[in-house]
Design a protein around this ligand. Structure first.
Ligand SMILES: [Zn+2]
Length: 86
């Protein structure tokens, strides 16, 4: 019985290691030329710079607008109105 538990634990550890490896390979495959991407990156969300002040914002949380047809993301309401004035 003890042997069985030991085997099970070993299997779980190996399965986890294997899955981590597979995940790493898949991440590498989905990101061509990713190269040396820092592993401490906060999130895979692509940040967009505010066209007025240059602050990087998350498009999902930013104030969105359009600049000559192209979608842009502002860090604040102030920047959006400033951009409209220009
Ligand atoms: Zn801004």
């Amino acid at each position: 019985m003890f042997r069985f538990i030991l085997l099970l634990v070993l299997f779980a550890v190996f399965a986890r290691l294997f899955w981590r490896f597979v995940e790493g390979v898949m991440r590498g495959a989905t990101m061509p030329r990713g190269g040396a991407r820092p592993s401490h990156a906060p999130s895979p969300v692509k940040m967009q710079p505010c066209p007025v002040c240059g602050t990087y914002v998350v498009p999902g949380k930013a104030i969105s607008g359009t600049s000559s047809g192209a979608p842009v993301h502002f860090c604040s309401e102030k920047c959006r109105s400033e951009h409209a004035v220009r």
